[in-house]
Design a protein around this ligand. Structure first.
Ligand SMILES: Cc1cc2nc3c(=O)[nH]c(=O)nc-3n(C[C@H](O)[C@H](O)[C@H](O)COP(=O)(O)OP(=O)(O)OC[C@H]3O[C@@H](n4cnc5c(N)ncnc54)[C@H](O)[C@@H]3O)c2cc1C
Length: 518
């Protein structure tokens, strides 16, 4: 019996296999296709993902293909700026740039290649999920392969099988529709030269149009222009009422749409496809021993490039909880905190993306002019944030709610030139300015970091001072459990995990997997 079966080896599933493999669990990954999906979908990810790639031990593989960027710029009907979410000169709380562009098939290749390091992770391509049955000990999965049908057993299943998730359907889980459904034409091209933006005005001096994602909120044709990695560029064009998506994908229609941006610039179209951008969230993310993650659990309009990022956050959340449940250190009910923590987060970001989508998709010129006026007036009164500011704190779950900073993502300063997590490890960490009871470290309840010994230029001490607290307990997914006195924090954490306070050592590494058993 496997500890965990992961269904689907897209970015969510492949990332899950890396984190769970690193945790020493026996993992089976089932993927119906023989090869990864070859065309780019996601192009943007944020700094939290870079930190998660560090946690999964894949950062050295993925970083060289990332292109850091400088945020988002929205222009109105008159092509003047209405919103600037630039990151130039803004803080870098995790020591990574706030935003990156990448090529999804390359990222997926890296995540799959990294699995070769784990004898405890088995990947079966060309194997499709067909059905499941659950009992008190685990899940039996019915699988379809070229050779016929087979069954395997796993104690838990993570369904990472994408938007049309067969697992979600088999579980009878419905989706909440957050009321956004717009057809867009997505065009990817390799471009040999700078993209042209002929008539923009009011662009801030710090903004480099070649490294920003630019949303042209022109009612004549709402359009997003995104710089990819290397020479890759992405355009997303809203389809207007009455336009036929098949006709709009034809080369002559695509060429006409690209002409203002690529006039005289050599380029090659990689693909042109229409998508419906949705805002959808599963009503239940856990049914017994089966957990939904990634697009199987939610779909986000891509206006802030967060759809895939949600999936990686889902996995970071599960990856420290599943080992505790599997080794009996925590009850299965710990897994109920998964949806409690992740669902509000996903809905908040989808709501922001839907709200943005609504103003981007305005097609009435009068309404667009009013929108532009209102947004420019609002921008004068407040400093524009970065897209990273969209991410809310965890309010309910394994957090010491009400303590300053609880549920926030903890900072990652550099420590003597290295990144904090690389120095401390990514388990439970207690950063303290006051002496901590010796037994916290001795019984493995957390890694204790005495701030007097941390060569981080005072960054963590400053974080504590800002909140007027003595210590902070940070979770393995880098969210703040809570702040206060060391012993009290550990006691509160242990009580919330509903387990005896006897340490949090991870599970024993599982020997190389011994083949499917039932
Ligand atoms: C145009 C567009 C732009 C986007 N831009 C961004 C962006 O900039 N940033 C961002 O973060 N996100 C973006 N997204 C969203 C992002 O692409 C998805 O959120 C992400 O691909 C979801 O990953 P996943 O692994 O959950 O699902 P998928 O990538 O869909 O992978 C699911 C996997 O499961 C497999 N599978 C399906 N059924 C079965 C079965 N029965 N048995 C076994 N295997 C099965 C599939 O073959 C596939 O490999 C964008 C999406 C689109 C369409």
């Amino acid at each position: 019996m496997f500890d965990v079966a992961i269904i689907g080896c897209g970015p969510t599933g492949a990332f899950a296999a890396n984190l769970l493999g690193k945790a020493g669990l026996s993992v089976l990954v089932l993927e119906k296709e023989a090869r990864p999906y070859p065309l780019p979908r996601a192009v943007h990810l944020d700094h939290e993902m870079m930190r998660l790639f560090q946690s999964a031990g894949v950062i050295d593989r993925v970083e060289p293909d990332m292109r850091d960027t400088e945020g988002h710029l929205h222009v109105g009907a008159d092509h003047g700026v209405i919103r600037y979410m630039g990151t130039v000169g803004k803080p870098r709380p995790f020591s990574w740039s706030n935003d990156y562009f990448f090529f999804q098939p390359e990222l997926e290749d890296h995540l799959r290649d990294a699995l070769e390091a784990y004898a405890n992770v088995e990947v079966r391509l060309g194997t499709a999920f067909a059905g499941l049955a659950q009992d008190a000990d685990g899940v039996t999965l019915d699988l379809t392969t070229a050779a016929g049908n087979e069954h395997i057993r796993a104690r838990f299943v993570i369904a990472c099988d994408g938007a049309r998730s067969a697992v979600r359907k088999a579980l009878g889980v419905e989706l909440d529709d957050l009321d956004f459904d717009e057809p867009w034409l997505v065009v990817d091209a390799e471009v040999d030269g700078p993209v042209r933006f002929p008539d923009l005005s009011g662009v801030p001096a710090a903004a480099n149009l070649q490294t920003l994602s630019v949303m042209v909120c022109d009612p004549a044709r709402p359009t997003t222009v995104v710089p990819g990695r290397g020479n890759h560029r992405r355009w997303e064009f809203m389809l207007l009422p009455g336009e036929d998506d098949q006709a709009m994908m034809r080369p002559e229609a695509v060429a006409a749409l690209l002409a203002p941006y690529l006039d005289g610039v050599p380029h090659e179209i990689v693909r042109a496809t229409t998508y419906h951008f949705h805002g959808l969230v599963a009503q239940q993310w856990r049914k017994g021993r089966v957990l939904l993650a990634g697009d199987a659990a939610h779909q986000t309009p891509p206006f802030f490039g967060q759809g895939m990022c949600h999936g990686l956050r889902d996995i970071a959340n599960l990856a420290w909880k599943l080992p505790l449940v599997l080794d009996g250190s925590a009850p299965e009910s710990l897994l109920d905190t998964y949806q409690a923590e992740r669902d509000p987060h996903v809905r908040a970001v989808i709501s922001a993306a839907v709200a943005t989508g609504r103003y981007i998709c305005v097609l009435d010129p009068m309404a667009a002019a009013t929108r532009d006026e209102t947004m420019r007036a609002a921008a004068k009164d407040r400093e524009s944030g970065t897209a990273a500011d969209l991410i809310p704190a965890i309010a309910t779950g394994i957090v010491a709610a009400g303590t300053p900073g609880a549920g926030d993502r903890f900072i990652q300063p550099r420590v003597g030139g290295r990144l904090l997590d690389d120095v401390t490890g990514a388990g439970w960490r207690l950063f303290t300015a006051v002496p901590a009871p010796i037994d916290i470290a001795a019984r493995g309840a957390a890694t204790v970091i005495d701030l007097a010994t941390l060569d981080d230029g005072g960054a963590v001490a400053g974080w504590l001072e800002e909140r007027g607290v003595a210590a902070v307990l940070v979770r393995p997914d880098h969210y703040v459990f809570g702040t206060g006195q060391p012993a009290a924090l550990i006691a509160q954490r242990d009580a919330l995990l509903a387990r005896a306070p006897h340490g949090l050592a991870g599970p024993e590494p599982v020997a190389a997997h011994q083949g499917a058993s039932s």
